[in-house]
Design a protein around this ligand. Sequence first.
Ligand code: GLA
Length: 732
Amino acid sequence: MNIIWNKTSGHFHLYNDRISYIIGVAINGELTNLYYGKKIHEKDDFSYITFRMGMPNIVVDADTESYSMELNCQEYPSFGTTDFGTPAYEIETENGSRVSSFVYKSHTISKGKKGIKGLPATYADAGEAMTLEILLEDEAASMTLTLSYTIFDKYPVIARHAEFAYTGSSKVRITRALSCCLDLPDQDYEMMQFDGAWARERIPMVRKLGNGMTSISSMRGVSSANHNPFIIIKRPNTDDFNGQAYGFSLVYSGNFLAGAEGSTHGRLRILMGINPERFTWMLKEGETFETPEVVMAMTDRGLNDLSQTYHRLFNNNLVRGKWKNEPRPILNNNWEATFMDFTEEKILKIARKAGDAGVELFVLDDGWFGERNDDFAGLGDWVENPKKLPQGIAGLARKINAMGLKFGFWIEPEMVNPDSNLYRRHPDWVLSVPGRKSSLGRHQLVLDFSREEVVDHIYGMLYKILKDAPVSYIKWDMNRSLTEVFSAGADSCEQGMIYHKYVLGVYSLYSRLIEAFPDILFESCSSGGNRFDAGMLYYAPQAWCSDNTDAIDRLRIQYGTSYGYPIVSIGSHVSAIPNQQTGRSVSIGTRANVAYFGTFGYELDLNEISDEEFEEVKGQIEFMKKYRELIQYGDFYRLRSPFEADQTAWMVVSQDKRKAIVGFYCLRSNVNTLPGFLRLAGLDKDILYRMEGRDYYGDELMNMGITLSEFYKKGFTISEDYASFVTVIEAV
Ligand code: GLA
């Protein structure tokens, strides 16, 4: 890894073993992108890349007649001079002008990586990464702009963000401040996005790119289940195993925009950052604004490789604290078992049985506080309901600890029911527009987390419970989109800042709780997977993937999630049948075979299953304890897509390639067809492996494949709906 500044030509070359990223200073002083792709040699001069043929176009000025921004790749362009594409940022100065031009002033190259104030970001020490910060200035606006680029030694990754500073004596308004712009010189690409809605999150969808804008966004205040803030820009022939692609992951949990715009001259512009809709940020003298980070990754080896890059980077350089690179506890959550209808006795009965099965952590879900007996009341009142928990959270936690289980519980700190003491006391603490009705979502309103006193108050209530109770885990939920976004605590000219300030408030509460209780494992949740994003992973190293716990639907959801997020971050549980969301009944074996590829746990009352199934559950827990390190932290390969075939498969391989686990699932039976073969990936071609008592070479398993009919002996058949197997492969 290195960052070279070439004094003569003025270009910057960031490279490691796999990628090169080259930035130039254009003739107008602004930054131009010269290359991002597979590693190339450093040379004295790349300026020949700049396109300067006299075309009938708007040019920078008379002296630089032939240079137009529009015909070249830009680094962080504005609108208003010679680029007519969608800009990366926009600033309105006091006189109402929106024209900007930030020109190169200086730069620094340093080892490691700095944090971003108040925001989550990847981190790295001096040996892991190098950072280039380029300072640009717009004198007429009294502003500076610092563009920051970190290249990681071990990963084909560049992490970027921007910082604006105002040095004038009045004020300016930033109306757009994206995190990155990447201009590519051709448009032969497709955009892969991860879409859905509640209970069907992160389903991959591919769109051909061409002239004009192709984009996704969120205006819900959360990153959303509708569109995930992660996109892949890939060559049309790129698949999981071969080909070139770029990934863009936004380390942020609020409104976002991600898109690719093809110009009619052939350039492709990729943009990502905070959604500029309803966003304005005021800067007064001496103030700065930092955008969230975008993690850009590149592959020339297919999408499995791209995903593995994100998995490793997020596990090693985004997730922090005690749970970083730790196998996750196997848990039992009572939500689908009881909903809010429970007593302490009922909970203890479920926990006792879970303990007998080998479960390590019991999680008490919604319904333990205030007057929370259904979803009409109680949110905001973070005090135990003595009818349900006579000795409070602390008492219950101790009883559960005594059974040999750790204890955790559910919160939804950003919300309030109108029927709650908190709302009765502080009706102005919610996001709402004076004189207008507020829309309800699940009978609740959103607390105004842009206000420090609100965050403070919630922190105080939670602190009070946590300080005396042995709590090992918290599930932090968030169950509605933001509407009527207006803060009673802000001036009229500051209302455009509220969406972002809200997210900053959420991050600050997370930070305070983590600082006070560093050992607690946080799992984020937002009606399932509404906030499954890289920003959340910085605070909560795992996320409830979806409220849809049906194993067959989960195959699709978890498959889609794996493109951008580590397996260890995917909250996945075995739940009861018929499934509460889909009505489908799937064997307990297949339910576990799917849930293994995630955090693993149970979302049911183990007292309710047969003795035979209970024995099976014990075996499942034993299996997961033995192999979770490999499953959660091994290299994950998608093998067969559930969106393209009636069967799906995936596998994990240990770093030393001596161990692997394959999961194979039949979504729909195929009568009277040959079972065929499943070709594996990621093994060492020369190692002899043992699988189900027979020996195979790695190349045999990868090129010829597993003979699926071998598994018929174990009772598996592809002519049975929802059949599955999970098998372990070990070097002999
Ligand atoms: C949301 C979550 C569920 C559960 C309920 C509790 O829907 O996604 O897992 O915690 O809230 O109300």
